[in-house]
Design a protein around this ligand. Structure first.
Ligand SMILES: [Zn+2]
Ligand SMILES: [Zn+2]
Length: 90
């Protein structure tokens, strides 16, 4: 009896590990990489808000480098961009 329970527990633990880690791990990884990153360079955190649509989607470096060539918001294509506001996280 005791042996049976042990074997069953091992199976459940193994199944839980295989399923949980594979699924949860990859999903969290994708989110961590994309959320909050600049959608132009994907290298830095987005810290510049585009107004009036308020999309926080680009970094200050890309905001400067794109300059006037960025006619609309890269996320929702709202144009024209009225203002870009760089945030300072603290
Ligand atoms: Zn950038
Ligand atoms: Zn937008």
């Amino acid at each position: 009896m005791a042996e049976k329970i042990t074997a069953l527990e091992k199976e459940v633990v193994a199944a839980g590990k295989a399923g949980g880690v594979a699924y949860g791990g990859s999903a969290a990884e994708v989110e961590d990489k994309d959320v909050g990153m600049c959608i132009i360079c994907y290298e830095r955190l987005a810290n510049t808000v585009i107004l009036p649509c308020k999309h926080l989607c680009i970094c200050a470096v890309c905001s400067e480098s794109t300059g006037e060539s960025l006619k609309g918001c890269p996320v929702c294509r709202h144009a024209p961009i009225e203002q870009r506001m760089t945030l300072f996280l603290c």
